[in-house]
Design a binder for this molecule. Structure first.
Ligand code: NAD
Length: 353
């Protein structure tokens, strides 16, 4: 299990530190884990002048999985656009062809009050949003701004090839197979030809997965249903722009940004695993950050890259036990719970593991 660890900036090193401790415990039990550390983002700019140094690229390509903290912060706000810390993450996604972004939105029973929705709507929520990450209107050509007939116009191109749709659809069906066997494909086929093709191809791929129940939903309705009755979903698969919006909406259903992991996968199962939150410069270096999203990202790594659902479940169960015992970092603290720091939360997860 060759893992490249990229702590990054802000709270990145603190939260990654706790996830690495979890991996070290597993290695101590005999798992063949190899860890390498690489610079990325602002810390890489400071050390080498670029957010994505060649050494980092080499280590990322040689690894089977990347555990990524977070990048960015006010220190680098003035840097030129093509040298910003975020370029490190975009460079990795592009180089490694990480086309499938998986974001689970799970609401642990103990944290039901963190959501702004009524407990009965969100209690027990466990959905997975799969967003295509390398195509769609974000990358389509032509694109630009120009003057036409005496006024400025802006334009972009929504485009998907059937091979791009097929490979993300397969990720959707395979993931549904590992969960509740239900897949909802989200499009806007009533208006956009590109997404009519999306619906046609997803329907074709469904023939290979008779054990998964496929449904289709228009994106405007999906946005409503996620708030009205989110528990109707198991796995959602959608394109880049719809997924960008719906995955943030789904994340917010849980109300706790410090709890949510994510994975970005290539077609061979190689993946980059990271918490969905950023580098939280406001709390960096103060032992305040919640490390659970990053620890849960390492669980996703075990499940999706290394095919060890058993170990993933063990890590997830350990996190649940710690929450059930009443321990909380400041971001998820409630009356009647005990507030602990980043490191103490890591200690507790390792104890439960
Ligand atoms: P953020 O996610 O860093 O922080 C938003 C709020 O959530 C802050 O109040 C922060 O303290 C809190 N928070 C986030 N993670 C937490 C954790 N683990 N535990 C406790 N509290 C947590 O978003 P932002 O403030 O908009 O961005 C800060 C920096 O992060 C920016 O430079 C931004 O570009 C960058 N960013 C990076 C990534 C990434 O690396 N993938 C993603 C988003 C933002």
């Amino acid at each position: 299990m060759k893992i490249c660890v990229m702590p990054g900036d802000g709270i990145g090193p603190e939260i990654i530190g706790q996830a690495v401790r979890v991996l070290e415990v597993l290695r101590g039990e005999g798992l063949p884990i190899e860890l390498e550390t690489a610079l990325v983002g602002g810390s890489a700019i400071d050390a080498t002048g670029t957010p994505y140094p060649d050494d980092t690229r080499r280590l990322a390509q040689a690894a089977e999985a990347i555990l990524f903290g977070s990048v960015g912060g006010p220190k680098w706000d003035g840097v030129a656009r093509d040298k910003r810390p975020e370029r490190g993450l975009l460079g990795l996604r592009k180089d490694l062809e990480l086309f499938a972004n998986l974001r689970p939105a799970i609401l642990y029973p103990e944290l039901v009050n963190a959501s702004t929705l009524k407990p009965e709507v969100v209690a027990g929520l466990d959905i997975l949003i799969i967003r295509e990450l390398t195509g769609d209107i974000y990358f389509g050509e032509p694109r630009g701004m120009e003057v036409r007939a005496g006024e400025r116009v802006g334009f972009n191109t929504m485009i998907y090839s059937e091979s791009e749709i097929r490979r993300i659809a397969r990720v959707g069906f395979e993931s549904a197979r590992k969960r509740g066997h239900k897949l909802c494909s989200v499009d806007k086929m009533n208006v956009l030809e590109c997404t009519q093709l999306w619906r046609d191809v997803v329907t074709e791929v469904a023939a290979e997965y008779p054990d998964v129940a496929l449904s289709h939903m228009l994106v405007d309705n999906a946005a409503m249903q996620l708030v009205k009755n989110p528990k109707q979903f198991d796995v959602i698969v959608t394109g880049n722009i719809f997924g960008d919006i719906l995955s943030d909406e789904a994340a917010m259903l849980t109300g706790s940004i410090g709890m949510l992991p994510s994975a970005s996968l290539d077609s061979a199962g190689k993946g980059l695993y990271e918490p969905i939150h950023g580098s939280a410069p406001d709390i960096a270096g103060r032992n305040l950050a919640n490390p659970l999203a990053t620890i849960l990202s390492s669980a996703m790594m075990m499940r999706y890259t290394f095919g060890r659902a058993d170990i993933a479940s063990r890590i997830e169960t350990a996190v649940r036990k710690v929450l059930a015992s009443g321990l909380r970092t400041a971001d998820i603290a409630e009356p009647g719970t005990r507030s602990v720091g980043t490191r103490e939360m890591g200690d507790a997860v390792i104890g439960a593991l």
